[in-house]
Write a protein that binds this ligand. Structure first.
Ligand code: ZN
Ligand code: FE
Length: 257
């Protein structure tokens, strides 16, 4: 499977997944149709499938126009996003597979950012939408801190270290600045800030990251770091340091960063 990153809108990423055996393709989170159509034509592939990670407009905005241009697409989303994802035809529930061309994948159910959020997994690559960003996570619009903690640390955290994580927005530099503010002694964050700044100033994107890198640099996956716990304790002395409490406080600090 070949993966092509397609920048959309201000800072969104859609991803074109190409089955190199059949030249059939799926697109993850088409924010808008035009850049996706350009890439499909450039690659000379046949679009058969849309994989939506959640219902927000900046992830499904291109569904309708793509479905008009390429009729009879299979459009995947969580079963609970029925009536929220335009044109949805496949309603994923626990145990279901996703597929296009000769590729077979699975999904993780990741409530937190929204109640129907998914991560799509194909072998050692995962598409996390707005659940996990490099060095960050999505805002809690429809879920609790405990749900998001579980989605990141247990669900996505259960994948192999070398898994490549393709995320929904180019927020990495701002996320790393926040990460450093709560864990200033973390050298992996300091290194990544330099690496990402070099990438961005040469016009490249910071996607994908890897799970191994996130375990080292993402504060939302580091709730048992003693430095992060000390930082949280200094801001909210009345709270205990249970992982989920640390997570909740971090998310609030990030909202106001
Ligand atoms: Zn979203
Ligand atoms: Fe988004």
């Amino acid at each position: 499977m070949k993966i092509v990153t397609i920048p959309c809108l201000q800072d969104n990423f859609a991803y074109l997944l190409i089955c190199t055996k059949t030249q059939q393709a799926a697109v993850v989170d088409p924010s808008e149709a035009a850049p996706v159509i350009n890439e499909i034509e450039r690659q000379g592939v046949k679009l058969t499938t849309i994989l939506n990670t959640h219902h927000h407009w900046d992830h499904v905005g291109g569904n309708q126009d793509l479905n008009t241009k390429y009729p009879q697409l299979l459009i995947f989303g969580h079963e609970s996003d029925r009536d929220r994802i335009p044109g949805q035809t496949e309603f994923l529930k626990s145990g279901d597979e996703v597929h296009f061309g000769e590729q077979r994948g699975t999904f993780l159910y990741n409530p937190g950012h929204t109640s129907g959020a998914l991560t799509y997994v194909f072998d050692k690559t995962a598409f996390t939408g707005d659940t996990l960003f490099a060095a960050g996570c999505g805002r809690l619009f429809e879920g609790t801190p405990a749900q998001m903690h579980d989605s990141l640390n247990i669900q996505i955290g259960g994948l192999a270290d070398e898994t490549e994580l393709y995320f929904g927005h180019e927020y990495t530099e701002a996320n790393l600045r926040f990460a450093l503010s709560v864990e200033s002694g973390n050298e992996d964050i300091q290194k990544k800030i330099k690496a990402v700044s070099a990438l961005r100033s040469s016009g490249k994107f910071s996607t994908p990251t890897t799970l191994a890198e996130e375990r080292l640099t993402n504060p939302f996956m580091r709730c048992n770091s003693t430095e992060i716990q000390a930082c949280v304790k200094s801001k909210e002395p009345q709270h205990n340091l249970a992982e989920q409490e640390v997570f909740r406080t971090l998310r609030e600090l990030k909202n106001n960063f």
